[in-house]
Design a protein around this ligand. Structure first.
Ligand SMILES: C[S@@+](CC[C@H](N)C(=O)[O-])C[C@H]1O[C@@H](n2cnc3c(N)ncnc32)[C@H](O)[C@@H]1O
Length: 217
């Protein structure tokens, strides 16, 4: 069978043609995902040198490397069950966000400080069953709203990888209730054929967004 006749052959072909895979190789970045965060940051100005950042789904460490190169005085808390290439100002937590032990460690690292930025590039292990995979991705996105409510400071920002499909509309409506501005964007480095997109949410307000106080009775 020719190399285009099976899925691993198609994957190899795609990797060879992908300009971001070549760039990651030439520039020595950990992964091509690095460029997605770079493009989002250039456009929406998310990352600053003294920030406290929670990064969910950090392995192998492309985003972590991008953050570590820019955050000189702050802290990056990188969470993943898989190994993450660390860097300056990076605290790695090995585990899944949602586990109690991970929450406890984040609490220890932050003390009474709150985050400027929550980032999630978390993706579920795909089963190939579309409905189940979409439900799993919405569950991960829900965990990010929980993380924002728990750890983000007022006016803080959040970036979350999501997948187009069932449940995304409802999730976006919920996010809009908690942030001043919520945008659904597809950075150029995100593969065209992928259903993935990123939500860039700014101005966390703790659920007071757009709701006027009820009149006193
Ligand atoms: C697309 S990769 C992230 C790539 C990374 N942003 C980079 O730049 O190298 C998705 C990651 O999400 C992680 N993940 C999935 N569920 C998670 C969870 N509940 N908590 C933490 N990480 C999770 C996976 O282990 C996987 O490493």
């Amino acid at each position: 069978m020719g190399k285009k006749g099976n899925s691993s052959g198609r994957w190899l072909d795609r990797q060879r043609r992908d300009p971001y895979v070549r760039r990651a190789h030439d520039e020595g970045t950990v992964s091509r995902a690095h460029y997605k965060l770079e493009q989002l940051d250039r456009k929406y100005r998310l990352v600053f040198p003294n920030q406290l950042v929670l990064e969910l789904g950090a392995a192998p460490g492309g985003w972590t490397q991008y953050l570590s190169d820019r955050i000189a005085n702050g802290l990056i808390i990188a969470v993943d069950p898989l190994p993450v290439a660390g860097g300056a100002k990076v605290e790695i937590i090995t585990g899944e966000y949602g586990e109690d032990s991970v929450d406890e460690r984040i609490g220890e690292l932050l003390g009474d400080r709150r985050l400027n930025l929550v980032l999630s590039d978390m993706a579920p292990n795909l089963s190939g069953i579309r409905v189940a995979d979409q439900a799993a991705s919405i569950h991960l996105a829900d965990l990010c709203l929980d993380a924002a409510a728990r750890w983000l400071r007022p006016t803080g920002s959040m970036v979350v990888k999501v997948f187009h499909g069932e449940g995304l509309g409802g999730w976006l409506a919920e996010a809009k209730g908690q942030f001043r501005q919520v945008r659904l964007v597809k950075p150029e480095a995100s593969r065209k054929e992928s259903r993935e997109a990123y939500v860039v949410a700014t101005g966390w307000s703790g659920g007071n967004q757009g709701h006027s106080a009820p009149n006193p009775v």
